[in-house]
Ligand binder design. Structure first.
Ligand SMILES: [Zn+2]
Length: 340
């Protein structure tokens, strides 16, 4: 079983089983030729439950990705990437992240005997940084998200750079969520938050590989919605500010063209969500027993806004990240501290 990476943009072709986080010639995202290995689950990642509820005369499935080992869907791509890295002989792994990917990396690296090195912007919350250190990660704090990326890039080569915005290896791991949904659904409407796009592309690739015909609704934060520039919007709700969606901040995802193509081709659409709607959606999800982070609540807000347009398709909402990492913020966000 052999594979190599190539660049669809400039024609670069890497050697057999040589890893590059992005194209060394033009910087674009690479693709895989040949066949990648498959890997076992390491900490019970993936295979997350779907909880069904009746709303507006239809059945809605909530895919509980926040129940992954480190509390987010990123565990799928990270577990796959790190097992590949270990097989290639790397001793250390590096990533830049506003939070969830870094936590996932630290969790799986420790388990797999790799040294985790993470670069986070100074806006990342203190509890996350402290958990990263407790998990054994070497943590570097950058002034901004962009600086964190540049700092991490300097380590690529010596260490395996997970590069969750560009790497086709990460996407190979993310594909499992689409394959799982295809076991339950033939033509679902899937509503998912989109920042780097790895979740949406994982859904798209997995569902398509399994022969399903999904419609993909991409939900973005009001202040970071590059897809709406390309595709327009179905709905925009909750105002122009979206600081609460702190995991949905990527304004120039390297795979933007591909994400837009997946949404367009599946006759999906884009919904923009701001703080006002996030706050309400978070409160309602918590009242249903779903302890999610604010960035995940956007899908519930989006679903309510477009429910009337969804015809009779099955609907699945992807609940991406755990609210347990935000315990303090959730109290004030939902107004629970005032009610006590
Ligand atoms: Zn290239």
């Amino acid at each position: 079983m052999v594979w190599s990476l190539y660049c669809p943009r400039c024609g670069f072709s890497g050697g057999l089983e040589s890893y590059y986080p992005w194209c060394p010639r033009c910087g674009g995202p690479l693709e895989v030729s040949g066949e990648l290995p498959s890997f076992p689950r390491v900490l019970g990642e993936g295979r997350t439950p779907i909880v069904f509820e009746s709303f507006y005369g239809g059945i809605v499935g909530f895919k509980l990705e926040y129940l992954n080992p480190s509390g987010s869907f990123k565990d799928r791509g990270v577990s796959y990437s790190l097992q590949l890295a270990r097989g290639l002989g790397y001793k250390c792994v590096v990533v830049d992240s506003s939070g969830n990917t870094a936590l996932s990396l630290a969790t799986f690296a420790s388990r797999l005997g790799l040294e985790p090195i993470v670069f986070v912007p100074k806006t990342a919350g203190a509890p996350k940084v402290s958990l990263l250190r407790a998990l054994g990660a070497k943590v570097f704090i950058a002034e901004s998200r962009v600086e964190a990326s540049n700092m991490a890039a300097a380590w690529a080569g010596e260490c395996f750079h997970v590069a969750h915005l560009t790497s086709p290896i990460f996407l190979e791991g993310m594909k499992s969520i689409g394959l799982e949904l295809a076991e339950h659904y033939k033509s679902p409407t899937v509503i998912a938050p989109v920042s780097s796009g790895s979740l949406l592309l994982g859904l798209y690739r997995g569902l398509r590989e399994a022969g399903a015909k999904p419609r993909l609704i991409a939900v973005q934060a009001s202040e970071a919605s590059p897809l709406s520039r390309v595709l327009g919007v179905l709905e925009s709700i909750g105002g122009e500010k979206s600081s609460l969606a702190d995991a949905l901040v990527i304004k120039e995802p390297p795979r933007l063209g591909e994400i837009a193509k997946a949404v367009r081709e599946t006759e999906g659409g884009v919904v923009k969500v701001g703080n006002g709607a996030i706050r309400v959606a978070l409160r309602e999800l918590l009242s249903m027993g779903f302890i999610v982070e604010p960035s995940s609540a956007v899908v519930w807000a989006a679903f309510k806004a477009i429910a009337g347009k969804l015809e009779d398709r099955d609907v699945v909402l992807i609940l991406t990240g755990s609210g347990l990492k935000y315990a303090r913020e959730l109290e004030s966000l939902t107004g629970a501290s005032e009610r006590a």
